[in-house]
Design a protein around this ligand. Structure first.
Ligand SMILES: [Cu+2]
Length: 289
């Protein structure tokens, strides 16, 4: 009886694991927000994830069925003597070659996604010599415990990477500054230069499947194209100090980025005195008897 109990005991856990895995997308336990990635590359990363999950699930179920079969068979006859195996050369060859083949397949299959994610020239073969005119370029500086963002003057179009590098080297008149809020173009490529003002941080936007460490003394370029409008959480994914937990920001994809940047610029330039040609609501109320 106790043999059958242990047989069932060890069989029920893998079944629970498979059930939990199967229902997790419906229960919102799967990807962030239970949504599709908001970038085309993120969707390909998700596809890779599901492919690997599928392979692992098949291996897991196969192993568990074999285990349950052995337990069940062994639980039937208490008088049967154990059979001692000193290994099987053929089996060892099989279970070495099969995983090696699976790993080789994954390594080759994912190479394209990795190249697009990390090797800029790969994605922009047609524009290796310069950024696309539609690029949003922004400098994002992580520091304890916030994200400082600098955009070039609204309307700036960089023609070469050299121009971008010159802009990154120092602040320029007309730059637009923001904290913890990064506006990006919808359906157009964003190119950000990630820096750190102090320790190591990590720029992580789960909905976009974008994650990159920010290193002191380095400027790291990160690019993505958001194809869903909305707001996405930006968090720091590197334990960077006591206030790490509150290092939260937001990425918002908007249709008219230029207009949004001009609004930010106007707000930044406002000196507290009513700008010419406009009458704030408070002032006109006071004037009414
Ligand atoms: Cu941080």
């Amino acid at each position: 009886m106790s043999r059958i109990f242990w047989c069932l005991f060890f069989t029920v856990w893998p079944i629970i694991a498979i059930v939990v895995c199967a229902i997790s997308p419906a229960m919102d336990w799967a990807f962030p927000g239970n949504r599709e990635a908001a970038t085309p590359l993120g969707q390909r990363i998700d596809d890779l994830f599901y492919l690997i999950l599928g392979i692992v699930t098949v291996a897991f179920i196969g192993t568990m069925v074999a285990l349950a079969y052995v337990l069940w068979k062994g639980s039937k006859n208490e008088d049967e003597k154990g059979w001692f195996s000193h290994g099987s050369h053929n089996l060892e060859v099989i279970w070495t070659i099969v995983p090696a083949g699976v790993l080789l397949f994954i390594a080759l299959y994912q190479i394209d996604v990795w190249a697009i994610y990390r090797v800029r020239e790969h994605e922009n073969r047609d524009t290796v010599n310069g950024p696309r005119p539609s690029h949003l370029v922004a400098e994002v500086t992580a520091r304890q415990f916030e994200w400082r963002i600098r955009y070039p003057k609204p309307g700036t179009k960089f023609k070469t990477y050299k121009e971008i590098k010159a802009w990154l080297a120092k602040p320029h008149a007309g730059d637009v500054y923001a904290v913890n809020k990064l506006f990006v173009h919808l359906n157009r490529e964003t190119l950000i230069y990630l820096k750190s003002g102090d320790v190591q941080h990590a720029f992580f936007v789960p909905d976009l499947r974008v994650k990159q460490d920010a290193m002191p003394g380095q400027s790291i370029d990160v690019w993505f194209t958001v194809n869903k409008s909305g707001k996405f959480n930006l968090t720091c994914a590197e334990l960077c100090g006591w206030g790490h937990y509150k290092m939260r920001g937001e990425v918002e994809a908007v249709e008219d980025l230029e207009a949004r940047l001009r609004e930010l610029k106007a707000l930044q330039d406002f000196d507290g005195v009513t700008p010419p040609g406009t009458a704030p609501a408070e002032a006109s109320e006071e004037a009414t008897p």
